[in-house]
Write a new protein. Structure first.
Length: 302
């Protein structure tokens, strides 16, 4: 006999299904943007000191994130179906069974998805622009030439993985600040700053001996080597966590999956679920939205 999954088990199942999909769609969008950047145009803008034009030259277009919106739609629908499946059997006042199905085409559900997915993408692009503007400004302020400042944002291509390393694009503003502080520590040449870097949990420990030697010998770390070290830093482990701004906070594959059917903090919350109901015998159907799951369940005896 098959064991019925608990709400928590079903939730974890949703996360394992949709979180990788969302993460992959996000980074595919970032890689698409990055692969279409003409570095020379960015560098020329920075040479003129025009940071705004340099950002524009990167073509941070919301259209690049349409695959992410589609992944969100699938997670939303999957969460809705799973939530309805977890609901107990319902009966109308006459004792006849009420069939409850998730309806992603419900007007309220469609509106919620459209507004939130669009806002999600808008926030991602806006956050990218803020992070990139800060990285360009800081790079030029500390004396980096335009080419190096551009590469710190776009990243160099790793010939083994065919991906860019040490880049700012694709990071949130918080993660970008993490990278900037780590770079400043390494470039400072100050023993206390270098020791501070060695206390970072997400550093690449393969370079610890090099940094320790720099502290011991009192010699600065070459700029090219700093670029390699920073290229291996994983702020917030951004490729293993789907992180981007939404509604003023961090939006993850988990929150999208659990919030797909119900706007809530799973599993002990007030919910708003959207569904279509068919009564037996057939008397047509209508769309409805339920506020508060407990009230919905109480209708079984009403």
């Amino acid at each position: 006999m098959l064991k019925r999954l608990s709400p928590r088990d079903r939730f974890e199942q949703l996360v394992s299904t949709y979180e990788p999909m969302l993460r992959t769609a996000f980074f595919e969008a970032i890689d698409d943007i990055r692969s279409n950047i003409v570095l020379r145009r960015v560098v020329e803008s920075l040479e003129r000191g025009d940071v705004k034009d340099a950002i524009a030259a990167m073509n941070l277009d919301e259209a690049a994130f349409r695959p992410l919106e589609e992944a969100v739609r699938q997670a939303y629908n999957g969460g809705g179906v799973a939530t309805v499946e977890q609901m107990p059997a319902l009966r109308d006042p006459s004792g006849l069974q009420v069939v409850l199905r998730w309806d992603a085409r419900n007007l309220t559900a469609e509106t919620w998805l459209r507004e939130h997915s669009a806002q999600l993408v808008t926030n991602i692009v806006a956050d990218q622009q803020v992070a990139i503007r800060a990285a360009f400004s800081k790079g030029l302020a500390r004396g980096a030439n335009p080419t190096r400042a551009a590469l710190e944002v776009v990243g160099r291509v790793n010939r083994v993985t065919d991906r860019g390393g040490g880049r700012v694009i694709g990071l949130t503003t918080v993660q970008s600040d993490y990278v900037a502080r780590a770079r400043d520590e390494l470039l400072s040449g100050e023993p206390d700053q270098l020791r501070a870097y060695l206390n970072r949990k997400r550093r690449d420990k393969r370079f610890d001996r090099t940094i320790t030697a720099a502290i011991r010998d009192g010699k600065p770390i070459p700029t090219n080597l700093v670029a390699r070290i920073i290229g291996s830093v994983h702020p917030g482990d951004s490729r293993s966590e789907q992180q981007h701004p939404s509604d003023g906070g961090q939006c993850t594959g988990q929150s999208i999956g659990s919030g797909a059917a119900c706007q809530s903090d799973f599993p002990t919350e007030r919910r708003r679920c959207f569904a279509r109901i068919w009564h037996e015998p057939s008397d047509g159907c209508h769309s409805t939205g339920f506020s508060d799951r407990d009230n919905l369940w109480a209708k079984r005896s009403g």
